[in-house]
Unconditional design. Structure first.
Length: 154
């Protein structure tokens, strides 16, 4: 295993994982914003669902960041840095509930694309552990996508 004084193992994989962390943090922040500000007839169900999603995501980000460290690189951090790295739009605080759900659906789809890119790079570079982690995360986000789509009636 590489340490901070040497070149990280699998730099392309590390770069992809850093993007996953940044976009995951953006999704976490947006989900938390929706949890705080959702209103309307679906308040109780969405408030609880958003809390479950951001709580699960917080733990997952830690696991991915620790994988980056295990590969000998530094995990990204700092809100300004993560926001700069993230490729996601932010949602207005006063958005209607359906817009929140639609926004989180799109953000989860974006993250699934990040995960697929990281998974492929891991496979191409013989990093089965990272590949497995990306597969597991994809399953979680695909389930979330299904639930959000179902709420929207699709």
């Amino acid at each position: 295993m590489a340490d901070s004084a040497t070149q990280p193992a699998n730099p392309p994989v590390v770069d992809a994982l850093r993007q996953v962390v940044a976009d995951s943090y953006a999704l976490l922040g947006q989900t938390h914003l929706c949890h705080w500000n959702v209103r309307g007839p679906s308040f109780f169900s969405l408030h609880a669902a958003f809390e479950e999603q951001y709580t699960e995501l917080f733990g997952a980000i830690d696991v991915i960041a620790e994988r980056i460290r295990a590969l000998g690189a530094f995990a990204p951090g700092g809100l300004q840095n993560l926001a700069r790295m993230a490729g996601m739009e932010e949602l207005a605080e006063d958005s209607p509930a359906k817009d929140m759900v639609r926004h989180l659906l799109e953000a989860n789809e974006h993250l699934v694309r990040d995960l697929a890119a990281a998974r492929k790079l891991a496979a191409d570079n013989g990093d089965a552990e990272t590949e497995d982690l990306m597969i597991a995360r994809t399953q979680v986000h695909e389930k979330t996508i299904w639930m959000l789509r179902s709420f929207l009636g699709g």
